[in-house]
Write a protein that binds this ligand. Structure first.
Ligand code: OAD
Length: 344
């Protein structure tokens, strides 16, 4: 299906750039005036396609700008002919929730992030409830409960061994790295996560509350003493009491680690802005955390159906990595512009 990427108008008439998405990549086409003719392929490079559409495109009036391309086109205007920016500003940044969120971040003195499994799917790890999620092919009751650990240990162990081995094949992505960078730069206070993959810490984030524990921290279910992941992966029992080894993750029916939970509550209370990323918000008590927000809030998720009941200020439907990359670019731009304005 061809979608309108941008429609511009001026004295020479109007020009429309169309786009066709396949997977993650787009091809761009010129809509010909005589619409009976097929659209003409202009390639996969947006900048080149815009220039080919009509060389003076930045000087024309934007009539339609595809929401997914607003920021890219705005950046292109600034690159090609910055003096035309006022013509484009409204169409590219107004009603753009990611841009509005970047503005809020630039002024927030205390921003906190909450993540779920959707944060790590672009690293290759499945989430739980999407089409390819764990709980679509495995009943959580058979692997993620105390009952499974105590009465069906081999199945329990296989499941978690497999998930630990997966971690060795995958790594944090650029979105994790951006969150870590924001913390270093003082733009983000902390992260509360339901993820047990340890990717936030691996990416360099320091203030992280792991609400559901961590897959690679192993302990004995009977005596509580720590053990090496290698022992768990080699089917060994606890060397102290011969008890069953398990990852220190929260199973259904268990309480959340008190320290992490209290930390998260404190962070949410104090936050001026909370950004919730990649979680269906279906599992209590973490799903209740957004209700403790007294500041502003945003939700970034592929599926936004359940968002209405949380009264988020901004809802951004999209992938975590792509949205965070764009948000980071916008934030850098806004902070640079503010910095330049303050220097004057
Ligand atoms: P879910 O699988 O319930 O939700 C993940 C959400 O992320 C879904 O709404 C997806 O649409 C979205 N998503 C997937 N990929 C995305 C991407 N690249 N960018 C943005 N969004 C994306 O996972 P959680 O909410 O984290 O607990 O699940 C919470 C808890 O339920 C887990 O910690 C686990 C599970 O049972 C236990 O095992 C105790």
């Amino acid at each position: 299906m061809l979608e309108t990427i941008v429609k511009i108008g001026g004295e020479d008439g109007s020009f429309t750039l169309l786009g066709h998405q396949e997977g993650e990549s787009w091809s761009f086409y010129r809509l010909r005036d005589e619409s009976v003719l097929p659209a003409e392929l202009l390639g996969t490079n947006l900048a080149a396609a815009l220039a080919e559409l009509t060389p003076r495109w930045t000087r024309m009036r934007p009539i339609v700008v595809h929401p997914e391309f607003q920021w890219k086109i705005y950046r292109e205007v600034l690159r090609v002919r910055p003096e035309d920016e006022p013509l484009w500003q409204k169409a590219c940044t107004q009603n753009n929730p990611t841009y509005a969120l970047a503005h809020l971040m630039a002024t927030s003195r205390n921003t906190v992030v909450l993540t779920g499994a959707g944060m790590s799917t672009e690293s290759g790890l499945p989430d739980f409830r999407s089409k390819d999620g764990w709980w679509r092919s495995i009943d959580p009751l058979t692997v993620a409960t105390i009952d499974a650990l105590e009465n069906n240990y081999e199945v329990f162990r296989d499941f978690y061994q497999y998930r630990i081995e997966m971690l060795q094949r995958y790594e944090p992505h650029e979105g994790h790295a951006i969150l870590a960078k924001w913390e270093q730069e003082g733009l983000l206070h902390s992260i509360a996560t339901q993820n047990v993959d340890g990717f936030h810490t691996d990416a360099g984030s320091v203030r992280v509350a792991e609400l559901h524990g961590n897959l690679t921290t192993i302990r004995c279910h009977a005596c509580g003493k720590p053990a090496e992941p290698a022992s768990f992966l080699a089917d060994k029992a606890c060397e102290h009491c011969k008890g069953r080894l398990r990852p220190a993750v929260v199973l259904f029916g268990e309480s959340l680690p008190e320290h992490s939970w209290n930390q998260a509550l404190q962070w949410f209370h104090a936050a001026e802005l909370v950004i919730v990323i990649g979680t269906s918000l279906q599992v209590a008590p973490t799903s209740q955390l957004p209700r403790y927000i007294s500041g502003r809030s945003a939700y970034i998720n592929l599926d936004i159906e359940g968002a209405e009941s949380f009264a988020f200020d901004f809802v951004i439907q999209g992938r975590a990595k792509r949205t965070l990359t764009e948000l980071d670019d916008m934030l850098t731009f806004i902070l640079d512009t503010q910095g330049r304005a303050n220097d004057r």
